[in-house]
Structure formats: C-alpha cells, structure tokens
Design a protein around this ligand. Structure first.
Ligand SMILES: Cc1cc2nc3c(=O)[nH]c(=O)nc-3n(C[C@H](O)[C@H](O)[C@H](O)COP(=O)(O)O)c2cc1C
Length: 179
C-alpha cells in the first residue's frame, strides 16, 4: 500500500511532522509511507490559472496523491483552524479528483491540552467537502505534545503509540475493504 503523509507544519522541530515520522516507523511492512515535504514551496492557489499553467510542483504533488492508496495528514491548530500552508495545498486538490474517496487519517498534535481539536474539526469538514473517505476511527488528537515526544522528536508515550497502531490498522482495513 502506498501512503502519502502531509504535515500542516513547516516548522523545524514540528511535532506534527514528528508524528508522521513515528507513524511511518510503526507502519506494517505492507505500507510504504512517504512524506510530501516542502508544502511551503507550493504557490498560492490561483483559480484563474488554466490547466497548462499549473506549476510543475503542484502537478507533481497532485500525481503523488492520485497514485497513493491512502493519506496521513497531521496539522497543528493555528487560530482555531487549519494552517494556511495545508489549506492552500488542499485548495489546489479541490479542482482535481485526486483525493475523491481516498482513505485519509486525520491527526492533530498540539502543545496545548485540547490536542488541536478545533483544527481537527475544520480539517475533517474540508476533507468531507472534497469527498474524501476520512477514517474517523483512526483519528488522532494528541495534546501536551512536549510530554509525548522526546528531545529527538521520537514518539515515546505508550498510549499514543497504541493509538497510532490502531490508526494504521484502521487505515489498512479501509484501503482493503473500503470502510
Ligand atoms: C500562528 C500560531 C497560531 C496558533 N494558534 C493556536 C490555537 O489557536 N490553538 C492552539 O491550541 N494552539 C495554537 N498554536 C500552537 C500550535 O498549535 C502548537 O504549538 C503546535 O504544537 C505546533 O505544531 P508543530 O509543532 O507541528 O509546528 C498556534 C501557534 C502558532 C505559531
């Protein structure tokens, strides 16, 4: 199974990117997880651009999403919502069929006690509008990130590790059985 991971944070030392890295390490051998980094290199979505003028990097990323069997998306909460860098990329995808019915695990990691749940709700809403297949039982809202990752950004919290394992299992099941 080809899995593409997207982080909504471009921050060096990002907990959300660290979660995706932990998910990659904990994934079964049947999954190949690749992180689509450099979302900050994606130009601002422009609805006036005709298809022949869509930037190369955008087309390349859209192809990777289209080829994937499933997605992992982890995003911080910025002002109660999804980060601009992730929303911008999702806006590019809206005009394509690349994410339609695609199984997606949604995660938020936050240094605060609410785990980024407001960003989570907003992201699920956006992905529902895009007709993707959000795997709700595999969702993760991880609070108090500083207690869950060590100084090397390795995921060290046992309960969160168990949650990640359940999440990956739910993704694999949805890819295989469609639910
Ligand atoms: C511009 C900005 C806005 C933020 N807004 C919120 C917020 O509304 N709610 C919240 O819980 N945390 C907020 N935070 C904190 C981040 O969500 C938190 O630090 C998170 O761990 C950052 O994710 P990262 O480690 O993957 O970069 C904000 C941080 C920044 C930089």
């Amino acid at each position: 199974m080809k899995i593409v991971a997207l982080s909504g944070s471009t921050r060096v030392g990002s907990y959300n990117t660290a979660l995706l890295s932990a998910m990659s390490k904990l994934s079964p051998v049947s999954m190949q997880v690749s992180l689509l980094d450099s979302l900050k290199s994606i130009p601002i979505f422009d609805p006036d651009l005709t298809e022949d003028l869509i930037p190369q990097i955008v087309n390349r990323y859209i192809s990777k999403i289209r080829e994937a069997d499933g997605l992992l998306i982890s995003c911080p909460e910025y002002a109660y919502g999804v980060t601009g860098v992730l929303k911008n990329f999702l806006d590019w995808l809206v005009a394509t069929d690349s994410i339609v019915l695609k199984p997606v695990i949604v995660a938020t990691v936050s240094t605060s006690g609410l785990g980024g749940v407001r960003s989570f709700c907003s992201l699920v809403n956006t992905l529902a509008a895009m007709n993707s297949n959000v795997v709700i039982e595999g969702s993760l809202c991880i609070p108090y990130a500083k207690n869950k990752f060590d100084e090397t950004l390795a995921l060290v919290d046992d309960i969160t590790i168990q949650g990640v394992t359940v999440s990956l299992r739910a993704l694999a099941r949805t890819i295989t059985h469609g639910r």
